[in-house]
Design a protein around this ligand. Structure first.
Ligand code: ADP
Ligand code: ZN
Length: 429
């Protein structure tokens, strides 16, 4: 463990630490951020009201639009002279939101990621190839500093230029790969095309994150690469990657609770749900100085796992993200998450893990087209086999989604590959 004292802390000690830091944070934003002062005043809350963790529930939520309304720096709680780094979200759902880090924030961020890298089994002997895009996006820098902190040798590849990634991986003997799961999948194809085999590379750990992926996808990645693949979660507004990550038991992501207080709410009513129930993740940052956020609604759907993990860590775990509430498609009144489609597709032979959903409208009726790529061209000359495959996919999707979808079987390697977060949904409505 990277930080045994924190990672195995007893619940009551953790709660005491969280309560003290929560008070400090509320005070900090009340004193320094006009937006928060007004929000808290309007809700009749002042820092002195924060005496226990339950008092958190008196604080109003913060949402992405609050960041957008105060774009770019309006929610910063530190003067610009103390800000040493600026990042922004990827902009998956609209105008990117901007965040600022003090020197202390950068240290805390590295600590978060160091723990997660160590949880996955990385150490100072590792050579880590970072294939996240370096730039305003937080992914690359977060993993970079965290892995450097544990003493790994960093290869700052950035994303793209996949042939070169493959060459470097083989020549330098990279042992850790940092990327999105979809990019790791694409890279494995390129390696294969270049005739590089599992035995030609030294990779042993995949630290994957920044987008959702299913257990089926993890299995494929582990098998294709011969690695242990762990997943980590984060978002730029909260710090970047490092909010939570899996240990090698791969049964939920341990949350760095000394820095982040998680809650799960009912997205519709805002009601706080008990641990174990599924809903929207809400996070309060309790150490960040540059831009602390109170009860930030992540729009990511998950649940908290309270029981003790086999690894001995007491840090609460959160389950794999089921989807962004933004991602949820409503098709003919039925809620559909792309992850459900992924689970179905990855279990069917002869098709590759690359897919896309196209949602349209025909008159007043929503339509769903699922584009699925054939793994190789061997089925292409047998019409009956193709027809059978299409039927199987259609049937299995219907069972899981309760919806009829039109299946489009695409030729091998024709669905667009992503270097970062994959774009799975095209909504034409
Ligand atoms: P954007 O919100 O524009 O994509 P970020 O780069 O900050 O900007 O990405 C944060 C989002 O990425 C999270 O809210 C979440 O939806 C997604 N994400 C990050 N890690 C994971 C993960 N392990 N599983 C699923 N989704 C993830
Ligand atoms: Zn664990």
């Amino acid at each position: 463990m990277w930080n045994k004292e924190i990672e195995t802390m007893q619940r009551k000690d953790m709660q005491a630490l969280q309560t003290a830091r929560l008070f400090e944070t509320v005070k900090r934003v009340y004193d320094n951020v006009p937006f928060y002062r007004k929000r808290l005043d309007d809700a009749g809350v002042c820092p002195d009201n924060i005496k226990t963790l339950d008092d958190l529930q008196r604080i109003p939520f913060t949402v992405k639009d609050d960041l957008r309304d105060n774009y770019p720096f309006g929610l910063f709680a530190a003067p610009m002279k103390d800000i040493v780094r600026i990042h922004a979200s990827s902009g998956t759902t609209g105008k990117p939101t901007t965040v600022g880090y003090t020197r202390g924030d950068l240290e805390m961020w590295s600590e978060c990621v160091a723990r997660i890298a160590a949880m996955a089994g990385a150490n100072e002997n590792d050579i880590a190839q970072i294939a996240f895009g370096y730039g305003l996006f937080t992914g690359a820098f977060g993993l970079h500093y965290g892995l450097e902190k544990i003493g790994a040798a960093i290869i700052p590849m950035s994303s793209g230029n996949t042939e070169k990634q493959a060459m470097i991986m083989q020549d330098y003997g990279s042992t850790v790969l940092v990327s999105t799961p979809s990019y790791a999948l694409y890279m494995s194809e390129v390696l294969q095309e270049q005739g590089i085999k599992k035995s030609d590379i030294k990779l042993r750990i995949g630290l994957f994150g920044a987008e959702g992926s299913t257990e089926e996808m993890r299995c494929q990645l582990e098998n294709r690469w011969g690695i242990i693949a762990t997943e980590n979660y984060g978002m730029s507004e909260l710090i970047g990657p490092g909010v939570s990550g899996e240990c090698t038991h791969k049964s939920g992501m341990h949350i760095n609770e000394d820095f982040f207080i998680p809650e799960i709410i009912d997205s519709k009513t805002g009601e706080v749900l008990p641990w174990g129930e599924k809903g929207e993740l809400v996070i309060t940052t309790i150490s960040k100085q540059g831009i602390p956020l109170l009860r930030y609604r992540t729009k990511d759907i998950t649940y908290l796992i309270p029981d003790q993990c086999k690894c001995g860590r007491t840090l609460l775990r959160m389950a794999k993200i089921q989807g962004r509430s933004d991602d949820m498609l409503i098709i003919r009144g039925v809620n559909v998450f792309p992850s459900q489609v992924e689970s179905v597709l990855l279990d069917i032979p002869h098709i590759s893990p690359h897919y896309q959903l196209e949602v349209g409208r025909n008159g007043f009726v929503d339509t769903l087209k699922v584009m699925v790529e054939l793994e190789d061209s061997s089925l292409l000359d047998s019409f009956s086999k193709l027809e059978q495959l299409e039927k199987t996919i259609k049937h299995k999707l219907h069972t899981v989604l309760g919806l009829d979808a039109k299946i489009h079987l695409a030729e091998p390697k024709t669905i667009e590959r992503s270097m970062g977060k994959a774009k799975r949904v095209i909504d034409l409505r």
